[in-house]
Design a protein around this ligand. Sequence first.
Ligand SMILES: Cc1cc2nc3c(=O)[nH]c(=O)nc-3n(C[C@H](O)[C@H](O)[C@H](O)COP(=O)(O)OP(=O)(O)OC[C@H]3O[C@@H](n4cnc5c(N)ncnc54)[C@H](O)[C@@H]3O)c2cc1C
Length: 417
Amino acid sequence: MSSSDLSFHDTDHDDLTTGRAPWGYRQVPPDRQALTESIKTDVAIIGGGITGSLMAEHLSRLGRRVVVIDREQPGFGSTRASTAMLQWETDSSLTELTNLYGFETAANVYRRSYAAVAGLMELVAAHRISCAFQPRPTLYIAAGDIGEKELREELALRHHAELPGELLSYTSLRREFGFDREAAILSPGSAEADPLLLSWALLQAARGFGAQIIDADAVKFHDEGGRVLVETSGPHVIDAAHVVLATGYIMPHFVMPACHRISSSFAISTLPQQPDHLWPRRALVWEASEPYLYMRTTADNRIVIGGEDEEIADPQVRDAMLADKVLRLREKLTRIWPEANAEISHAWCGAFGETSDGLPLIGPVSGASNIYAAYGYGGNGITFSYLASRMIAAMISGEKQAWFESFALDRNVSAQS
Ligand SMILES: Cc1cc2nc3c(=O)[nH]c(=O)nc-3n(C[C@H](O)[C@H](O)[C@H](O)COP(=O)(O)OP(=O)(O)OC[C@H]3O[C@@H](n4cnc5c(N)ncnc54)[C@H](O)[C@@H]3O)c2cc1C
C-alpha cells in the first residue's frame, strides 16, 4: 500500500475526520445488531455511510435481502465531514472531460450526474426525509486561469449537451449576487442537505424494507462457488450472492486502482448569520480553481466554507494543519463575502478521496466475482453515491450498458478519448 492510501484494516473514523461539522448530532443514530450467527443474504453491503445507505434503501426497496455491515457507527465516517453540496457539475469541467474522453462520453457523464441529483431530490421527497434538504442553484465563479472567456466556452459545451445554465458577467454577478468576480456560470438543479440525517434516514428506510444493519468488521472475502463468503473479525460469516464495497476512503488492497489517491480537505462553519446578510438564493458557490474554494449556507443560516486541500493522507499531519487552515478559510470568507460575521462555530477536516479524472469508481472489482465497488470519490461524492446505487443494482440484475465503462475501476483515460 502506498503512503497515499489508508489501511483497510487499521483506519478508523478518527483517522477519516477530525473536529465537528454542524450536522444532526441531536438525532438518534440507527441501531446495529450484533452478528450472533452466520447468515445468508442476497447482498452484503460493507459500510453504512451515505453510499451504503443509498445502496441499502434502493436494493431493499427492489426486494433484495440486504445486510449492511459497519464496524463503527454508520454515518460517522466521511459522511459526517461532508459539506453536502449536492451538485451535478463534476470536479472536472465538461471542457476537461471532453478533452479526456471526447464530447459524447463527457456529455453523457454530465447528464447522468444531473439525473442523479434529480433522483436524490425525488427520493428525499418520496420518503419525506427531514434532512434540511433544499434545491439550490450553483454559482461556478471565475478564478485563477478560468476567466469569462473560459466560462463562456464551458457553458457553450453544456448547452450543446442540453444542460441548463447562464453566464453572469461581472456586472450581472455583482448586481444579482453581490460577488466581486470576473464572471460566473449560474446553473439550476443542485441541492444541499444535512448528510448525516440523510444517511441515517435512508438506513431506517432500508430497515423498513427488511434490511438488517449489523455491527461487524469485514476482514476477508472468499469466492465460494459463485457466492461470496464475507469473513468477519468474529466467529460468524456472511454468505452473500453479491457484495458491495461502500467503505468510503478505506479501500481494500485488492481494489485500489491506479487513478485513485487520498488527500485532505478542510472546512469551517460560522455562527448563524442575519438571514438578510446571506447572498441571494443561497446558491452553492464554488471557484473554478484547483484546488477550489466552495461555500454554502445551512438551514440555521450559517455559512460553511471549505477547500484548502492538501495532497497528504496522513491523519496526524492533516490534523496539525487544521488551526492554520481555519484562519485561511476565515480570511477567504471575509474576502469573498465581506458582509459575513466570520465568528466560527465549527471547524473540521477529513480525508478526501479523488481520482485523476474527477469521476467515481463504480462497478465490478476485477478478479473478484460478484464483488462491486461503490466509491463516489471527489467533491460530488454523494451525487456519485446515488449514481453508484442505481448502477450496481442494474449490474446485479445482469444489465450491461456501454456507458457503465465511464466509471469502471479499470478505465483507461487515453483509451476512451
Ligand atoms: C471535508 C469534506 C467535504 C466534502 N464535501 C462534499 C460535498 O460538498 N458534496 C459531496 O457530494 N461530497 C462531499 N464530500 C465527499 C463525501 O463526504 C463522501 O463522498 C461521502 O461521505 C463518502 O461516503 P461513504 O459512505 O462512501 O463513506 P463513509 O461515510 O466513510 O462510510 C464508510 C463506512 O465503511 C465502514 N467500513 C470501512 N471498512 C469496513 C470494514 N472492513 N468492515 C465494516 N465496515 C467498514 C466505515 O466504518 C464507515 O462507516 C466531502 C468530503 C469531505 C471530507
